[in-house]
Design a protein around this ligand. Structure first.
Ligand code: ZN
Length: 327
């Protein structure tokens, strides 16, 4: 299949040190650098965790975690609770995870019931006095069936708030600005310079994604996904949500024969070239839709960060796959 994983950018041999007469000189330089690093680390400004502030931030899932790490840098310790690749819609914390949460200085959550299995744990953390930052409190929430270019008939839960806020870099930019302010007021950590830089990079990222997606002719900007995960993306870049294999905001809902028949009729009627499957989508159902309609079935990573841990790579990969398969 053409849609293989991103190729490794490693160049074999590049990292192998060559043996040369200058080896001893290089070793001396390395030792000096190590000494400088050790001096910097014992400078007295770091807390017990190794972070500059000694503060601990716990984030629920991987993609939001990537953004928070980018914002916070060395200023605090950032721990992501859910293992990368697990389904945030149904992941439940262990007793140890709850302990990690209750010991945090700040808990960063997505909200809008994305973390469907964590309700009790959030309550416990709050009772333990942990401050909570809920990302969706600081954005313009998309509601299903609302918004420019959205086909309301594709949604079975019209009016429901959509938790997939990470699919739009400018929505993430709103989260970054709000979190930076909260870090100052609640934790006494000043990340304002890092926030300004990250917000500028997210603005540039949005411009790049728009350029990638503008290569898809307007008439072909139709999305069929595993569950309804690309609403913010569709709203931002002028795509229409035709339907989903699981017609729900959660991967954990059920599909039905009637829904699949209606979806296949829409795919045929609109001439959608590709069906995007994702975490929580039954592969055999996706393959059946592809077989019945002639649409290509393409795997899209919508709920996990790539190997480099970067939000920027994550969302660029999605834009590239959408553009490549719909234009
Ligand atoms: Zn989802």
């Amino acid at each position: 299949m053409a849609h293989s994983e991103t190729k490794s950018h490693q160049s074999p041999g590049a990292i192998r040190p060559r043996r040369s007469s200058r080896a001893s000189v290089r070793q001396a330089i390395l030792l000096a650098a190590a000494a400088l690093l050790a001096a910097a680390c014992t400078g007295g400004s770091t807390g017990p965790s190794g972070a500059a502030s000694g503060k601990s931030i716990v984030v629920t899932y991987s993609i939001l975690g990537a953004v928070v790490k980018d914002l916070v840098g060395p200023e605090a310790t950032v721990t992501v609770l859910m293992p990368n690749g697990s389904d945030p819609h149904d992941w439940a914390p262990s007793a140890k995870d709850i302990e990690t949460m209750t010991k945090a200085d700040l808990l960063v959550e997505n909200g809008l019931n994305l973390e469907g299995g964590m309700g009790d744990a959030f309550t416990q953390a709050e009772r333990a006095g942990v401050k909570r930052f809920i990302a969706s409190d600081h954005i313009t929430v998309r509601h299903v069936g609302a918004g420019e270019g959205i086909d309301a008939s594709a949604d079975q839960l019209a009016g429901a708030p959509d938790p997939h806020l990470w699919m739009d870099p400018l929505t993430i930019r709103d989260v970054v600005a709000a979190l930076a302010a909260e870090l100052t007021t609640d934790l006494g950590i000043d990340v304002s310079a890092r926030a300004t830089d990250l917000e500028a990079r997210l603005t540039a990222l949005n411009d790049r994604l728009r350029a990638i997606l503008n290569t898809v002719p307007p008439a072909q900007r139709s999305l069929v996904t595993g569950h309804e995960s690309l609403g913010y993306f569709a709203q931002r870049y002028g795509f229409k949500l035709v339907g989903a294999i699981i017609p729900s905001l959660s991967s954990q809902a059920e599909s039905s024969a009637a829904n699949l028949a209606a979806l296949e009729a829409k795919v045929r009627a609109t001439g959608v070239k590709a069906v995007f499957t994702e975490l929580g989508t039954d592969p055999s159902v996706a393959q059946a839709v592809g077989r019945d309609t002639g649409a290509e079935v393409v795997q899209l990573t919508t709920h996990a960060v790539p190997a480099d841990g970067s939000y920027f790579t994550f969302v660029t990969n999605i834009a590239n796959l959408v553009a490549e398969n719909l234009k």
